[in-house]
Ligand binder design. Structure first.
Ligand SMILES: [Zn+2]
Length: 285
């Protein structure tokens, strides 16, 4: 991607290295106690850090990114580009787009949706309208999932922003209401449609990014490779050696690639109606 030298977003909150709240009052005394306890019991101090209650105020990170930190600058430029894209699309329908805040964190941080940990991968919390990202996921994407490249990373960011767009359009709330009335299998199928729509919205961003000259040869392929790499069937085969379609929550590799491509080809969010789409390919397979 040709991202260097482009404008970054002001909507980045950097919580890296801030950790999460401690169970024993915190502060230096708390840290000493924690380390002492962990030395005595052989527990990893990270495991002792309170990851429970979501009612305490989350830590407030610094705003913006540093000049000497290319990885977070990249995130910031991609985020700014999603802002431009969705602002334009919302404008055209007479709506105002309020962009999400993107929180960079390491290991774990609190959100209005509970404590987020790096192991969960990047996520969007509709309750605080924030995207949470530990940059170590990009290393996993490359090394564990075999999906290297900056556009693969940009797709991940744009997918999370896609969830924000869903929230901004009121879809997330409707989904949450529907989910309560469904059994697990039906709720999973609904989740797949929601995730595929976020993929398609990521594609819509990709369409505009290409128009603005951000993409280079091979970028689209990087994105599609990443979408395939994090399909439920591929992940399940890797983890448990078998595939259970009823338990899919994000969609198969084929579905994810298909919807990302649809968004990229059309550049219109209307194309992303994964909910009424009935072709056999779009259903749970
Ligand atoms: Zn998602």
């Amino acid at each position: 991607m040709r991202w260097e030298g482009r404008r970054g977003s002001g909507n980045i909150e950097d919580r890296r290295g801030m950790g999460v709240r401690l169970p024993i009052g915190g502060g230096i005394g708390g840290i000493v106690l924690l380390l002492l306890f962990s030395a005595l019991t052989g527990t990893n101090p990270i495991d002792l850090i309170n990851v429970g209650g979501g009612d305490a105020a989350p830590p407030v990170g610094t705003t913006g990114v540093r000049e000497d930190d290319p990885q977070s600058q990249f995130v910031s430029v991609v985020l700014a580009d999603t802002e431009e894209t969705w602002r334009k699309i919302f404008d055209e329908r007479g709506d105002a787009y309020t962009p999400p805040i993107l929180v960079l964190f390491t290991q774990a941080t609190s959100s209005a949706c509970g404590t987020g940990s790096s192991a969960m991968g990047p996520f969007y919390c509709p309750a605080d309208r924030r995207v949470y990202l530990d940059l170590s996921f990009f290393r996993d994407l490359d090394q564990q999932f075999g999906a290297p490249g900056d556009f693969a990373q940009a797709y991940v960011i744009a997918h999370e922003v896609g969830h924000h767009v869903q929230a901004a359009m009121g879809l997330s709330e409707r989904m949450a209401g529907m989910r309560e009335r469904l059994d697990e299998r039906q709720a999973n199928a609904l989740s797949v449609r929601q995730e595929l729509q976020a993929d398609c919205y990521a594609g819509v961003w990709g369409f505009y990014a290409a128009k603005r000259g951000l993409l280079e040869a091979g970028d689209a392929e990087e994105g599609l490779r990443a979408a395939a790499a994090i399909g439920d069937d591929r992940l399940q085969r890797q983890k448990q050696g078998q595939v259970v379609p009823e338990s899919f929550t994000h969609g198969s590799s084929v579905q994810r690639v298909d919807w990302l491509r649809r968004g990229m080809d059309a550049g219109r969010p209307e194309t992303c109606d994964t909910f009424s789409s009935e072709s056999s390919r779009d259903r749970g397979m």
